[in-house]
Design a binder for this molecule. Structure first.
Ligand SMILES: Cc1ncc(COP(=O)(O)O)c(C=O)c1O
Length: 408
């Protein structure tokens, strides 16, 4: 097994205790912990370089601008983009998807058009489309899942026709861990539709090459890949970004402003109105350096190994059901589960007493939960610092929970 958990000493928070026990952090699908390299980069930026970007003629402003744009270059090469100009900094995946829905969708979609989604979408890839359907009259249609929790592509034939103008799908589920159907990119192309990938879970966990993926847009968040909160990315094909209208107006995004009209700055500044998250970009750049040094193939191999170990150990716990694909090639490291009919929040509360952090709830994917006939699950999710002993502690905690709830 590739043991990336050796990097644990880079993550100061993992040294702390919670409720008298060493912390076991198993909520990385919600947000990841930060290595000291990222924390130090942000600290150093504020101590030595802080200034606003793009408009100062003095040294600090030039340094801040170089650091901000340097982060954009790092992101571009991390996802093999053609140019840093294809990388728009946003607040995160949610904002990125809203940019496309409002900036592209409002201007290109009309009544009778369809947006094709899947049943495993996060709310951030559902609600923006519902919001613009109020203005445009578009219809949302959903590809169902098969029994193995993967998107059922055999149903595509029934749904794919010239009314479909957008196909937007998750590259990896934050609930079941299932990988998304990248074949949908080709399907979109076959009917001249736009393809969008919600990469919030995909990009942190798999090597990502936007040229190989072939989609029109990819959205992801820094905080799910060791970077700070408050910054994320909308990558877009240059011609698609040109077709998109800005959704926010203000400073930084204009070329000229007259009293009654304005002309926009070039892409990507056109979509970055106002003072951007500069320190966050610097921290994000450090996170990308950190992941690149580990190597994304290694990150994927570690995820795979730790998930395999977790699934194997959890399968020995009586009354425990795991919801997600069994095939490790078809999944990442988010493991949703239920213990008999014990409420997921009660499981999470018991585990917390042992210092183990798991999430409980609908995971911002209510349509998916309903399709699985569930109100809530508990979820353990892993990243580069997760060790086998973390999984062992989870299993011990769940066995304890069985006793507490009278199942043992
Ligand atoms: C699959 C997926 N999409 C979108 C999001 C939204 O990301 P953010 O809250 O960083 O905007 C998440 C966050 O959990 C996610 O897991």
């Amino acid at each position: 097994m590739t043991d990336l958990s050796l990097v644990r000493s880079d993550f100061p928070i993992l040294d702390r205790s919670v409720n008298g026990h060493p912390l076991v952090y198993l909520d990385s699908a919600a947000t990841t912990q930060k290595p000291v390299q990222v924390i130090d980069a942000i600290d150093e930026y504020y101590r030595r370089h802080n200034a606003n970007v793009h408009r100062g003629a003095y040294t600090l402003a030039a340094e801040a601008t170089a650091m901000y744009e340097g982060a954009r270059e790092r992101v571009a090469s991390f996802i093999n983009a053609g140019s840093p100009r294809e990388v728009v900094f946003t607040r995160g995946t949610t904002t990125s998807l809203n940019h496309v829905a409002y900036g592209w969708g409002l201007n290109h979609l009309q009544a009778g058009d369809r947006v094709l989604l899947t049943m495993m979408e996060h709310h951030s890839n559902i609600v923006p489309w519902q919001l613009i359907s109020r203005y445009t009259g578009i219809e949302l249609v959903y590809l169902p899942l098969s029994d193995d929790y993967l998107v059922d592509l055999s149903k595509l034939e029934d749904l794919l026709d010239e009314r479909v103008k957008v196909i937007s799908f998750s590259g990896m589920s934050n609930v079941t861990g299932a990988v998304g159907p990248t074949d949908l990119v080709e399907a979109a192309r076959s009917v001249g539709a736009l393809s969008i990938i919600d990469g919030a879970q995909l990009v942190p966990h798999m090597p990502t090459d936007v040229r190989a993926l072939g989609a029109d847009f990819l959205a992801f968040s820094s905080h799910k890949m060791l970077g700070p909160t408050g910054i994320g990315v909308l990558w877009g094909r240059p011609e698609r970004l040109e077709e998109m209208e800005p959704t926010e107006g203000g400073g930084e995004m204009i070329r000229d402003v007259q009293l009654h009209e304005s002309r926009w700055a070039p892409v990507p500044q056109r979509f970055e109105a106002g003072t951007p998250p500069i320190a966050e970009a610097v921290g994000f750049g450090a996170a990308i350096d950190y992941l690149s040094k580990l190597g994304m193939d290694e990150v994927r191999a570690h995820d795979r190994a730790i998930t395999g170990y977790a699934l194997e150990r959890m399968s020995t716990i009586p009354d425990l059901t795991v919801y997600g694909p069994e095939d490790l090639d078809q999944r990442g490291g988010a493991v949703s589960f239920q213990l008999a009919d014990v409420h997921a929040h009660d499981i999470a509360t018991i585990l917390d007493q042992y210092g183990i952090a798991v999430r409980a709830g609908h995971h911002c994917a209510k349509p998916l939960m309903r399709s699985l006939d569930l109100a809530a699950t508990a979820r353990a999710s892993f990243y580069v610092y997760t060790s086998r002993s973390d999984v062992d502690r989870l299993v011990d905690g769940l066995l304890e929970a069985r006793t507490v709830f009278g199942l043992a």
